[in-house]
Design a protein around this ligand. Structure first.
Ligand SMILES: [Zn+2]
Length: 364
């Protein structure tokens, strides 16, 4: 599911205007959280579906995405402790694309509208869904990369286009903006596979400021995907024309629109600053159980008990049963008291989820 749109227009001066559009449209949202059903039915109807069609498309999508998320939610939660099942469903819906409803694939509608020449109208067409998607994504842990790749089957314009006077060509030194969400891959081969050996453009995105959301687990088609938020400004570093035109662009600014009403809630370890934060789920318990066996007993006991409420530790530790029980019950997984806890994989310290601000409370 590689998107076909890079950027259909470019007006450097319009970033402010663009942000004001967002603000105007979303000023009432903090109190009125739409449901996914409302958001999608509206999205489909704005794209021309009748109410009946819109409801049918929604039902089809919801059934499929729900079953995908139910299967994957353990793994999702492990990596993104703040994500709820509803959030996960919203993100999954973004990746859902079936032949029968091709023109109504949410990612397509969303991105067509984000690059609409009339940006305000475009954002209005997708406002509820955009709001839900940004809300869900911003509860995810950011993934920072040095390089991301993206390919498309058409060649980008490297010269001025007379009929599009505002268009800024893909030329070294030019500045452009990704107005829409951008699907990328951290693996060059995966990105290139979208070209099917044909002509096109390969975009390499670089920059110290480069980050996205790894939505692979949410992806209905299990494609590996790093998703970039809209409004990324970049400068073209190099263009090499050819059978596949290669463009290198460097992110220079990412304006996260609506950050005042949609909190950016990444969790960072308070001790070492890493965002490599996980919840304790399945394979993690294995890691910790193994580790516990190597710990000094008292130290291990204290570490465990500091956050556990269910079992008494007496005797258990001394005869080895403790570890067995931890193993069998999936310690930190289905034991009350661990639900709101995460640990830092880089320095092994534990944190309560509630310790992190802003901790999103909006549920829908
Ligand atoms: Zn840490």
């Amino acid at each position: 599911m590689m998107m076909k749109y890079f950027c259909l227009e470019n007006e450097e001066n319009n970033i402010e205007e663009s942000l004001n559009n967002y603000k105007d449209i979303f000023k009432n949202y903090s109190k009125n959280f739409p449901t996914l059903e409302e958001a999608l039915v509206e999205l489909f109807m704005n794209a021309g579906a009748t109410p009946n069609e819109a409801n049918n498309i929604y039902k089809n999508l919801n059934d499929h995405c729900k079953s995908h998320i139910t299967k994957n939610f353990d793994a999702i939660k492990q990596n993104h402790p703040m994500i709820s099942e509803n959030d996960a469903l919203v993100i999954c819906s973004y990746t859902y694309d079936i032949e029968m409803y091709k023109n109504y694939a949410p990612f397509r509608l969303l991105n067509i509208n984000l690059v609409n020449d009339n940006r305000k109208k475009g954002i209005q067409n997708i406002e509820k869904y955009l709001f839900l998607l940004l809300t869900a994504l911003r509860k995810m842990q950011k993934v920072k990369k040095n390089k991301l790749f993206r390919c498309l089957k058409t060649k980008v314009e490297t010269e001025k286009v007379p009929e599009k006077p505002k268009f800024v060509p893909y030329k070294k030194g030019n500045k452009k903006t990704f107005w829409n969400f951008i699907s990328t891959s951290y693996d060059e081969k995966t990105a290139n596979s979208f070209l099917d050996g044909g002509e096109g453009t390969q975009l390499t995105i670089i920059g110290d400021n480069l980050w996205g959301y790894d939505i692979t687990l949410f992806n209905y088609f299990k494609e590996s995907e790093i998703l970039l938020e809209p409004e990324n400004k970049y400068i073209i570093e190099n263009v090499q024309k050819g059978y596949v035109t290669k463009v290198i662009c460097k992110i220079i600014d990412n304006i996260q629109p609506l950050s005042d009403i949609i909190p950016i809630s990444e969790i960072k370890c308070k001790k070492c600053g890493s965002n490599n934060i996980k919840s304790l789920y399945k394979e993690e318990r294995e890691y910790f159980c193994e580790k516990a066996g190597k710990w000094d007993k008292n130290e291990a006991r204290n570490k465990f008990l500091a956050s556990r409420t269910v079992y008494s530790d007496k005797d258990l530790f001394d005869n080895g049963l403790y570890i067995t029980i931890l193993w069998k019950t999936g310690w930190g997984w289905n034991i009350e008291g661990w639900n709101g806890k995460v640990f830092c994989k880089d320095c092994d310290c534990f944190w309560e989820l509630s310790e992190f601000e802003p901790y999103p409370t909006g549920e829908y």
